[in-house]
Design a binder for this molecule. Sequence first.
Ligand code: NAD
Ligand code: ZN
Length: 357
Amino acid sequence: MPKMKAAVFVEKNRIVLEDKAIPDVGPLDALIRITTTTICGTDVHILKGEYPVAKGLTVGHEPVGIIEKLGSAVAGFSEGQRVIAGAITPSGHSFACLCGCASQDGAGSKHGFTATGGWKFGNIIDGCQAEYVLVPDAMANLSPVPDGLSDEEVLMCPDIMSTGFSGAESGQVQIGDTVVVFALGPIGLCAVAGAKLKGATTIIGVDTVPARQEVARQLGASHIVDFKQGDPVAQIMALTDGRGVDVAIEALGSQATFEASLRVLRPGGTLSSLGVYSTDLRIPLDAFAAGLGDKKIITTLCPGGKERMRRLMEVVASGRVDLKPLVTHRYKLDDIEAAYDLFANQRDGVMKVAITP
Ligand SMILES: NC(=O)c1ccc[n+]([C@@H]2O[C@H](COP(=O)([O-])OP(=O)(O)OC[C@H]3O[C@@H](n4cnc5c(N)ncnc54)[C@H](O)[C@@H]3O)[C@@H](O)[C@H]2O)c1
Ligand SMILES: [Zn+2]
């Protein structure tokens, strides 16, 4: 049986490169030869044992590659084509998909009711930090890379850009809005870019890391708030002349940033939450105006599927957003354990790591 190298979750604090069988291709699948992939903050949660996955699972959910083999029933694609697939791979025909919520594909049906719905790669099926990955429901999920775009230019589309942009989309940012983004990791930085594309004119980025503040400015932040230089809520209220913001995007997943997001909303404003939380959240009575504040809270799981990927790659091709500064480090797949060590410990100003088999 032909073998490939794959980064496998063995146990808490151990993701190692192992030999695994190259998967068989079912009728609706496509086998992709990975040319570039990356590590997500969520993979670090898996590494640390904070997010449970099965032992032996290949991790990773951000694939860029070339179609090696198509399933017998897959039409509309050809072997040898350069493609990406989203981190979330909706089937297109589930209850959740047909309710208009494709990201939650599978929730409420065959996989039981899970909060992570259609997130399958590196969660409930083998992921893409490997030489090959099997894409399920290929006709709903393969998206050809436009000519002229490099792997690194489209590497943020499967997850980081899709998630970050969705913070602004779900928050229904309007032309002329004031938006705050709490945390300027890769997700928050893409939320800044998304808020700008949606027409926000005042965009406040909250973080303390100078390099991230700088990239936020490049992507559209008009103001930076350093949460270590005083209470961020007071700083944001001062910046908005006491009005508060139209939309607060939470991009960390902590009580502090969730609560601050709620406190800086104007009357009727929207808290658009992207963070993955690992403890129960508390909603303080005053920040919530005892339930009478007309505030909206919305959460979003990274939108996937081939149409979403096509649109995101169009945004890249148009030149309206340049996410290349997010890729700060490059590693071979053979050295992925070192890449995890760097990324998980946030050394050397790392933002995203490009991994090439
Ligand atoms: N909703 C989704 O579908 C989805 C998808 C991918 C990732 N995520 C989640 O998004 C979150 C962000 O991921 P990331 O990789 O961009 O994060 P990251 O870990 O790279 O960055 C976090 C940033 O938060 C900053 N920070 C720390 N404390 C802060 C505070 N009190 N106020 C403001 N900033 C603070 C840090 O300085 C750092 O720059 C994570 O919870 C991740 O799991 C969600
Ligand atoms: Zn991710």
